[in-house]
Design a binder for this molecule. Structure first.
Ligand SMILES: C[C@H](O)CC(=O)SCCNC(=O)CCNC(=O)[C@H](O)C(C)(C)COP(=O)(O)OP(=O)(O)OC[C@H]1O[C@@H](n2cnc3c(N)ncnc32)[C@H](O)[C@@H]1OP(=O)(O)O
Length: 721
């Protein structure tokens, strides 16, 4: 981030324009703001003040880097007193009118500063929001008090608890914005407005003193009560939602100023929580994924990708095609016969209809998206495509044949991507001479919904091709994470022990549904057994031998899956798996599964003394997740990911690992490598090689080094990236 500046410019009209200038989002530089406001309030030639931001943006809020410094040092004094000293005393209660001239975005502390001002003038389509809860804190510059007073309690709760921003047009209707003017008139109108306040021709409004939008105390309490109930369900394990409601309630009951004081106190408590640490880590880690050494830092420019061919109209292919057409990219969907092609097109139409039904897409945009789709049965349309994404079944010879066909059918610049989740890219491209443009584009199902795009490169994939796919990924609203070429790549490789540990626990006598419950209580949306039901068993069966070959004796074999398949269960697809699935109701545990589980326990015979083991929920959690951490260590050690933080993002976006725990490696460092190592060592003694700690974990645990610390040069084989 470039150096933060705040400038002051006093015009002949007696208006001082204070401008925040801190590329790229004008994060707030508090000491300089205080200094410039002090100057403007002191100077006799200044009658009124306009506060604005440079380069078409007001401000993205308080500098989040400061939170990270607080997390590293524990030093709360790094957090300046803005709320009372600057926003209440200097701005809101200052002796000169202050108008905020807002455009682009005003988020978090940025919006809070504007709410302390006496009026807000905005350019069209300015984004306004208080997203602090996504960082594990609450608005800390008075936002919890002023937003309800400006837009009403219900709307303010929606904006804060769901971190939902609004546009200035809606802000105008709600009363948050006083006028909307074209960007070129923003400063002129704001200056005039400020002078009119001086001349008492416009009201001198202090938001914190208002009560007209709050409603009666009993109404407000009822709204807060409902919000508490909802937050209990939707924001489990996180303290900031209930804390935000406490602070709002304080202000409603005891007045805005008391609310501001409580807000500042609670903010300081929250900023030190593990939740804030995890979420702030995820914020920066996600942005770091777009920095790929030797790809994004060597002056390359992304090439335009206008037309993409998707081969295979199954679940994955149709999801990928959906994601592409939603971003107005021309897609040619290829299938082997008319029947399959129509099936694929119908799936894409259903995906689009689903988004319309959920209110995520207008009917008009749905029609536009579908106009970008064309179904084909041969390669004639491939002559001018910029990229092909192959999404057929995991069959090596089929993929090899397709790649040698598309090498001939496509222009020489065309990117040749595969959506394989397991097969080595070098094997797929073996029959071509185009290894430099072969790349993995690993989407997660459903591809038009899940945000992660794992971009897999081989040693031969060119930097230009990686950059192009990263750009396409961002254009279709995915978060691309570049990883190396290995079995399962980063996500499936790291999580391969996840369901195996769950099976092992069941064979040790632990209740299957309890395992799922422990995992959902931890924060994943569903447990490993429900996940298997949802994904279908075909994937597990197909990848089993591949994992066996690659990972040898650290694979745990359980007969349970085969047994339940023999029993006619296919998971959610036929309504019967580990759970019973009935339309309109939640998945139900199935008591008739017990004899099958018992058969699996009999066959594996691993219960000590033939008796079920007794474990605490914490032990169950560790026995499921520590083997995942162990594999994550190997993934880091082998250089499959550029940095540990990439695996955090991949786990959050690909496996729905709770973001407030910071991702798998961040969480492991919070738990402590030593504890994880010692537990795994103990379990490997009791239950075998599946739990044996990796060399990397052992080294880090014994030397007291966090798993996320950059690997040492002497580390084993960092050859993949
Ligand atoms: C006390 C107060 O209540 C507390 C607060 O104000 S906390 C801050 C509240 N504000 C937020 O949560 C907004 C966070 N930022 C965002 O959501 C998005 O960055 C944005 C919508 C502003 C812009 O998005 P986009 O254009 O996609 O750019 P994005 O890549 O995210 O950010 C650009 C750069 O600005 C940085 N940045 C964005 N907001 C920042 C902030 N508030 N502080 C510090 N850096 C910030 C990003 O880290 C990134 O840096 P990089 O280029 O070195 O990677």
């Amino acid at each position: 981030m470039a150096e933060a500046r705040v400038t002051i410019d006093v015009g002949n009209d007696g208006v001082a324009v204070i401008t925040i200038s801190n590329p790229s989002v004008n994060a707030l530089a508090v000491p300089r703001l205080k200094e410039k406001f002090g100057e403007a309030l002191r100077r006799n030639d200044v009658r009124a003040i306009v506060l604005t931001g440079d380069s078409g943006k007001f401000s993205g809020g308080f500098d989040i880097n400061v939170f990270q410094k607080i997390h590293e040092t524990g030093d709360l004094s790094l957090m300046p007193d803005v709320s009372v000293d600057l926003v209440v005393n200097t701005i809101e209660d200052g002796k000169k009118p202050i108008v905020a001239a807002v455009q682009g975005l005003a988020l978090g502390g940025g919006l809070e500063l504007t709410m302390g001002c006496h009026a807000r003038i905005a350019a069209p389509k300015t984004q306004l929001g208080l997203p602090e809860l996504t960082l594990g804190v609450i608005p800390g510059f008075g936002g919890t008090q002023r937003l309800p007073r400006l837009v009403g309690l219900s709307k303010a709760l929606e904006m804060m608890l769901l971190s939902k921003s609004i546009m200035s047009e809606e802000g105008k209707k709600l009363g948050l914005i006083d006028a909307i003017v074209p960007p070129e008139e923003l400063l002129k109108v704001s200056r005039q407005w400020a002078l009119e306040i001086v001349e008492r021709r416009k009201p001198w409004m202090r938001s914190l003193h208002r009560t007209d939008k709050i409603g009666s105390l009993s109404e407000a309490r009822e709204i807060i009560k409902q919000a508490r109930k909802q937050a209990k369900q939707t924001a489990r394990n996180m303290p900031q939602h209930q804390a935000c409601l406490d602070v709002i309630e304080e202000g409603i009951v005891h007045g805005g100023y008391n609310g501001v004081l409580k807000e500042a106190k609670v903010f300081k408590e929250l900023v030190l929580t593990e939740t804030a640490k995890g979420l702030v880590h995820v914020f920066f880690a996600q942005r770091l994924t777009s920095k790929v050494p030797n790809v994004t830092d060597v002056g390359l420019k992304p090439r335009p990708i206008k037309k993409v061919a998707v081969i295979g109209g199954g679940l994955m292919g149709s999801g990928i095609a959906t994601a592409l057409i939603l971003s107005n990219t021309y897609v040619v969907l290829k299938e082997i016969n008319e029947e399959y092609l129509q099936k694929g097109i119908k799936m894409i139409e259903a995906n689009i209809r689903g988004l319309v039904a959920k209110g995520k897409l207008t009917q008009q945009k749905a029609g536009t998206a579908l106009s970008f789709l064309k179904g084909v049965l041969d390669y004639s349309e491939f002559k001018d495509v910029d990229m092909v994404i192959e999404a057929v079944i995991e069959n090596i010879s089929l993929k090899q044949k397709i790649f040698s066909d598309i090498e001939k059918a496509c222009p020489p610049h065309c990117i040749l991507a595969t959506n394989t989740s397991t097969i080595d890219l070098n094997v797929i491209g073996e029959k071509t001479r185009s290894q430099d443009r072969i790349i993995g584009a690993h989407f997660f199902s459903p591809a038009h919904v899940m945000p992660l795009l794992e971009i897999v490169r081989s040693e031969k994939t060119s930097a230009q091709v990686i950059l192009d796919l990263m750009t396409v990924g961002k254009a279709i609203k995915k978060v691309p994470v570049v990883v190396g070429n290995c079995i399962g790549f980063a996500v499936n490789r790291t999580f391969f022990p996840y369901s195996q540990s769950a099976h092992l626990l069941v064979n040790l006598g632990i209740d299957l549904y309890r395992v799922d419950r422990v995992i959902t209580n931890f924060g994943l949306p569903i447990g490993p057994f429900q996940l298997q039901d949802l994904a279908g068993y075909g994937v597990a069966v197909a990848v089993g031998p591949i994992y066996d070959k690659a990972f040898g004796n650290r694979v745990y074999h359980s007969p349970l899956l085969q047994l339940i398949m023999k029993n006619g269960r296919n998971g959610k697809s036929n309504g019967k798996g580990y759970y019973i699935y009935e339309k309109g109701s939640k998945p139900k545990p199935d008591p008739s599964l017990l004899p099958i589980i018992e058969e699996s326990r009999r066959l594996t015979n691993i219960m000590p003394g033939g008796k079920p083991v007794s474990l605490t929920d914490e032990e169950i959690l560790g026995m499921v997740l520590f083997p995942v951490v162990n594999e994550a260590c190997r993934v880091i050690d082998e250089g499959v990911v550029i940095r540990a933080a990439d695996l955090d993002i991949a786990s959050v976006l690909g496996m729905s690992f709770p973001s407030y725990r910071g991702g798998i490696v961040f969480w492991a460092d919070m738990v402590g490598p030593k504890r994880i190592y010692e537990s795994l060592k103990e379990w490997s003694g009791l239950y075998g090689k599946f739990y044996e700690p990796s060399r990397f974990l052992e080294e880090r645990a014994l030397k007291g080094i966090p798993l996320s610390a950059p690997p040492s040069v002497s580390s084993s084989s960092r050859a993949r990236l």
